[in-house]
Design a protein around this ligand. Structure first.
Ligand code: 2PG
Length: 217
């Protein structure tokens, strides 16, 4: 098993209310990606492979990092469709989409619980499928040679951490809510299991001038 560094994409279109219009980096998102790339080069961290989801925000982030590695795109690294699930929550259960950032603290675990217990009719994919595809892609990546960078999304990273640590929905939701744009999360194989050795790290944004660029939404 090689170690894996999961990276959330840079800031996307935070004004959006649907999957398609959300899926592109904002000007700040492009800067965050470039700064992360600079940091990886300056710190001479050694990675031999770069993976991304197939969403535009993933691809743009990987390109902006300018690692010199040829990205391998894999749709199993794509995010759950939060906007779609939230719309279904509203239509099928009368739970409105949050109107302010703080509203996600309750909304996110509720969406995850409802989705997991199959109480959403015709979701874009089942919770079990989401879990399964993440396990399968990570297991393939870990079987390859050398440390890997994986550009993906916050919900997926929270699921990976939950799988590694045996966490339930409330803890997984708190992780998802904490994850910043272009943050790094490293899993190291210890005794045949993944152990998190880095979580939500943003050394490239940890300067007085860039602290405002430590964004979640
Ligand atoms: O919208 C978000 O904040 C999450 C949840 O879908 O996804 P992403 O990490 O892709 O931004």
């Amino acid at each position: 098993m090689s170690h894996i560094t999961l990276i959330r994409h840079g800031q996307a279109n935070s004004q959006a209310k649907d999957e398609i219009s959300y899926d592109k980096l904002s000007p700040l998102g492009h800067e965050q990606a470039a700064w992360l790339g600079d940091h990886l080069r300056q710190s001479e961290t050694h990675h031999t492979r770069l993976y991304t989801g197939t969403l535009r925000r993933h691809i743009e982030t990987a390109e902006g990092m300018n690692t010199g590695l040829e990205p391998i795109r894999d749709a199993r690294l794509n995010e759950l469709e939060y906007f779609t699930l939230a719309t279904m929550m509203e239509q099928q259960h009368g739970i409105p989409f949050p109107t302010e950032q703080g509203g996600f603290t309750n909304h996110l675990p509720l969406v995850f619980e409802t989705w997991k217990s199959d109480k959403l009719e015709n979701p874009p994919e089942s919770y079990a499928n989401f879990e399964g595809r993440i396990k399968s892609v990570l297991s393939e990546i870990s079987d390859g040679d050398g440390p890997a960078l994986v550009v993906t999304s916050g919900g997926l990273i929270s699921m990976v951490m939950a799988q590694a640590m045996g966490l339930g929905i409330p803890a997984m939701s708190r992780i998802a809510l904490a994850i910043m744009h272009t943050s790094m999360h490293r899993l190291f194989p210890i005794g045949g299991h993944w152990s998190p050795v880095l979580f939500n790290a943003v050394p490239h944004l940890d300067t007085p001038a860039r602290r405002v660029a430590q964004t979640h939404i």
